[in-house]
Write a protein that binds this ligand. Structure first.
Ligand SMILES: Cc1ncc(COP(=O)(O)O)c(C=O)c1O
Length: 320
């Protein structure tokens, strides 16, 4: 593309520096994933890019995943990146000025005083911890390098809530294999499911909840919480790894349940699943609530449908 435009372009090449991380497998971008140039191919890839003449190969780009809750993988990634840069500079004669080091900071979806080692929803890492760990290595080994850092989902995660309404409630039996009733579960069905909060099903994501109109009441009664879709999978994960969320006992239809920390990957992933209209969105600007997205209308849902059908111009070609 640079050659076609006759423009010299500054680039960094993304290499998979292959460090283990602990996050949801769907968010890992190193150590066996699809992203980046394989570490063994990095030297020829940089040499090939430099040889085009159109690419000003400025740096190395590394991304190890999203929702990484400890500094150790970043430090390992940085150390591996610096080793690779040294090799690249030695073997290809390039001088790299920049290192783009991602992923970024994790969102504290769960905030416990101490996080369990395998709980990637729980994060106590601050930007200062992250910066201190990275800068200590960089200052010792390559203080001239320009460091670009991706802030990650934490830049937006805590800025938004998803407001839902309880549409229905019921009690259902839990039965053993012989059909004998062994327990009962109280269910709440709300008007937002995977269509509005996709991560809850595609990554089994956990978001804290509060019954907003009963926020001053003790939340001690276990409920199962479900979205409105017909899919049996549209059921929210419970608290503390259980199937249940604890809400005030009197929680009922008409109540408002707010999901916290929905600022990252909610509006962007919301979709008209099974032709359900997407929700409206609001922002608080200078203390005023302003609407920043209108809810989908019926016309929006059918906007791309072609009622008459569109004949293909030529056999085998698809119209745009
Ligand atoms: C280069 C790059 N930046 C950012 C992200 C998303 O990370 P985050 O959710 O922390 O913003 C990804 C995810 O794969 C990525 O590959």
């Amino acid at each position: 593309m640079a050659a076609a435009l006759a423009r010299r372009v500054a680039v960094a090449l993304r290499v998979d520096v292959d460090v283990p991380t602990h996050t949801h497998p769907g968010l890992a971008t190193t150590h066996g994933g699809k992203a980046g140039i394989d570490l063994d191919d990095a030297v020829p890839a940089f040499a090939r890019a430099a040889a085009t003449g159109w690419l000003d190969v400025r740096g190395l780009h590394v991304h190890i995943g999203s929702q990484i809750t400890s500094v150790e993988p970043y430090v390992s990634a940085l150390e591996r990146s610096l080793e690779l840069m040294q090799r690249l500079e030695g073997e290809s004669g390039l001088r790299l000025e920049e290192l783009n080091l991602g992923g970024g900071l994790a969102v504290p979806y769960r905030q416990e005083p101490a996080c369990a080692a395998d709980d990637y929803f729980c994060c106590t890492l601050t930007p200062d911890d992250y910066a201190a760990a990275i800068c200590a290595v960089l200052e010792r080994r390559r203080s001239d390098l320009k460091l670009l850092m991706e802030p990650g989902r934490a830049i937006a995660g805590t800025t938004a809530i998803l407001v839902t309404r309880v549409e229905g409630e019921k009690t259902k039996a839990v039965r053993d294999e012989s059909g004998r009733r062994t327990a009962e579960e109280r269910w709440l069905v709300i008007d937002a499911g995977a269509n509005t909060l996709l991560e809850h099903t595609n990554y089994d994501w956990y978001f804290r909840t509060v019954v907003a109109n009963r926020a001053d009441r003790a939340a001690a009664t276990p409920f199962r919480l479900a979205g409105p879709l017909c899919d049996g999978g549209d059921v929210f994960a419970g608290d503390d790894g259980s199937a249940f969320r604890r809400f005030p006992a009197e929680t009922t239809a008409g109540d408002v349940i707010a999901f916290r920390d929905c600022g990252a990957y909610t509006l962007e992933m919301m979709h008209p699943y099974n032709a359900r209209p997407c929700a409206a969105a609001y922002a608080v600007v200078d203390g005023q609530v302003v609407q920043i997205r209108r809810a989908d209308s019926f016309d929006d849902l059918v906007a791309h449908d072609i009622a008459e059908g569109a004949p293909l111009a030529e056999r085998g070609t698809l119209p745009k």
